[in-house]
Ligand binder design. Sequence first.
Ligand SMILES: [Zn+2]
Length: 75
Amino acid sequence: MLCDICGNEGVRIRRITRTYGKGKDLLVVEKIPMLTCSHCGESYLTAETLHEMEQIKLNRKSLAVERPVEVVNFG
Ligand SMILES: [Zn+2]
């Protein structure tokens, strides 16, 4: 798989978790495929993944599963 940034071979897919919004509107999206290039060190999401993220955010009511989450304030 070629890197979108530098064009070299050596991109790895890493599954990451991202949170959007905050408080009651907090949305956690798990297992987002993030590409990391071993050549240039860039980490990025593909346009397709970003598009999918938009769809998930728009349809969060039907897609999301409620799960109790422990939240800690730093300090
Ligand atoms: Zn690269």
